[in-house]
Design a protein around this ligand. Structure first.
Ligand SMILES: [Zn+2]
Length: 255
């Protein structure tokens, strides 16, 4: 069956002499591996459309019985040129692609994740400051979409709504429950991680922010590192495939 879908390239690898295997996150089918025949040739019809983060319209030969599908055509919908010309943006964009490449199962259609991916990359392309917030925004909403929403509203043990009075300067987070503890419950709890109140507040702000405003918040470096530890510690507790991201390591080296 010949079928057309919007897609974002997550990863492309050389395949045989002249082809590429490309992992796409497609709007219609979720994550998919496709073979792009001849894509390594300089004369290839695919041109530069198969680089990671490319937002394309893909025409596929799709057969249910086949694990690898064939890519027949790829046209760039919108080029994210500012991402490719800025190392910081590139490491963040690649971190987003790497997350989907590693974490998400094949062929599970989810248009919300697709829209989140495209909208965050588009915003990353335009952003002029605090781009790392977009990665946190992406991860928090991706986690929500795959059933691991982080609870910022109330204590995951007693259910009391958080106020400035029932949170300490160091807030406890329970990986297995996906949420924070009030100061009373923290006293009797074990096996929690602690993060600064600034980390709690920044990430909560990002979760509620509109994508258009999410880069307005300047987060200090130590808080960004805590946010990263929190999100990845949480993901590793619940998702077997979750690992530290190579692209994110490079981001930190640049900073
Ligand atoms: Zn409590």
């Amino acid at each position: 069956m010949l079928t057309k879908t919007e897609a974002v390239v997550l990863k492309a690898m050389k395949y045989r002499e002249t082809s590429k295997i490309v992992t796409l996150y497609t709007k219609k089918f979720g994550k998919l591996n496709v073979v792009a025949k001849g894509a390594m040739l300089t004369t290839s019809k695919f041109g530069a459309s198969l680089e990671p983060m490319s937002y394309i319209t893909a025409v596929l030969y799709k057969k249910e019985t086949r694990e690898l599908q064939f890519l027949s055509q790829a046209d760039i919908v919108k080029p994210f040129l500012q991402i490719y010309s800025d190392y910081t943006k590139m490491t963040i964009g690649l971190s987003i692609c790497e997350t989907l490449y590693k974490l998400i199962k094949f062929e599970e259609e989810n248009q919300k994740i697709f829209n989140l991916l495209v909208n965050v990359l588009d915003k990353l392309n335009e952003a002029e400051r605090n781009e790392i917030n977009l990665l946190w925004f992406f991860l928090v909403h991706l986690l929500e979409e795959i059933g691991f929403k982080i609870n910022f509203e109330k204590c995951v043990l007693c259910g009391e709504k958080f106020t400035d009075k029932n949170l300490s300067q160091k807030v406890a987070f329970l990986n297995d429950k996906g949420g924070f503890l009030c100061s009373k419950c923290e006293a009797g709890a074990t096996n929690f991680e602690t993060y600064s109140i600034a980390t709690f507040k920044s990430l909560f702000w990002i979760e509620r922010a509109k994508l258009d405003n999410v880069t307005n918040l300047k987060i200090p470096r130590n808080v960004n590192l805590e946010i990263q530890n929190l999100l990845f510690g949480y993901m590793k507790t619940h998702i077997e495939e979750a690992v530290d991201l190579k692209s994110l390591e490079i981001y930190h080296k640049l900073k």
